[in-house]
Design a protein around this ligand. Sequence first.
Ligand SMILES: NC(=O)c1ccc[n+]([C@@H]2O[C@H](COP(=O)([O-])OP(=O)(O)OC[C@H]3O[C@@H](n4cnc5c(N)ncnc54)[C@H](OP(=O)(O)O)[C@@H]3O)[C@@H](O)[C@H]2O)c1
Length: 285
Amino acid sequence: MILITGASGKTGSEVARQLAAAEVPFSAMVRSREKGEPFEAMGADVVIGDMSDEDFLQRALAGIEKAVLIMPNGEQQQAMEMRFTDLAVEAGVQHLVYLSSIESVPENLNPITQMHVAVEKHIRQSGINWTIIRPSFFMQMFLGAAKGIRERGELVFPAGNGTVATTDLRDVGEVIRLVLTEPGHENQSYDLTGPELLTLDECAERISRVIGREVRYVDQPMAEFADRLRSINMSDWRTQAVCKEFEAISRGIIDHTTDTVSELLGRPPISLEQCIEDHLELFQS
Ligand SMILES: NC(=O)c1ccc[n+]([C@@H]2O[C@H](COP(=O)([O-])OP(=O)(O)OC[C@H]3O[C@@H](n4cnc5c(N)ncnc54)[C@H](OP(=O)(O)O)[C@@H]3O)[C@@H](O)[C@H]2O)c1
């Protein structure tokens, strides 16, 4: 049996959708009965509990063959992910698939990326078979910006002239499904990107073309962006970390694409245009 943590989140729900479509049995870890309902409807098992509860994790990991470790960014993420890894080893899990990020390199001194670097090292040294999935920023960040595009024709982020090759979450989900269902991906690290490295100006142009209306990129001052994140109740730790991620983009720290999605899936990664086209209703007033 496969266990997916963070199943109700962006990546977890996509992995679940892909496994269900391929009729692969899995168990979804969620924090409430209500959040488990979509997975029950898919025919999956549901385990309800918190990643900070060690007794719960021991029960959830009993009989699990493969686990997908996904957690949102936060101050406790590193400790919880390392503990989960140790408990997975103790429970005899044979393969751990970990969601990290492409910008997690030792020279990127950001709390999120430093945390991923430390957890990746812990997993590699744990003795378990691992696969580390390292996507670039999710393309779905542009879907989150749909309201500003719809209402004001503005794409607002503090990325300066930096470039990013965003990855569609559906590609991430499909790669994880493949890693879980085919042999040969053990002890591999996969850096995933979309097809093109684009500035946010260029992203705005692409979005304009697809939705048929002008979209202008606004390079938001970092302090305003931080206020925007706090206004949606993001913690101070995470707000600062996300701001540092955008500073890293504007400094060009993630300045390459990879062929990993094409090599693994045998087709090109989903383009920004395709992603917008597939969610066109979000951009229509
Ligand atoms: N965003 C990006 O562009 C990007 C790009 C590359 C890599 N990443 C990496 O992706 C990871 C986050 O993945 P995501 O965006 O798919 O996550 P997400 O959408 O934020 O979802 C996280 C899930 O974890 C659950 N959760 C939170 N705290 C928990 C706890 N204490 N115990 C049990 N479950 C808990 C949440 O449950 P509830 O629904 O109950 O809150 C939610 O379902 C991060 O490590 C990040 O660095 C992100």
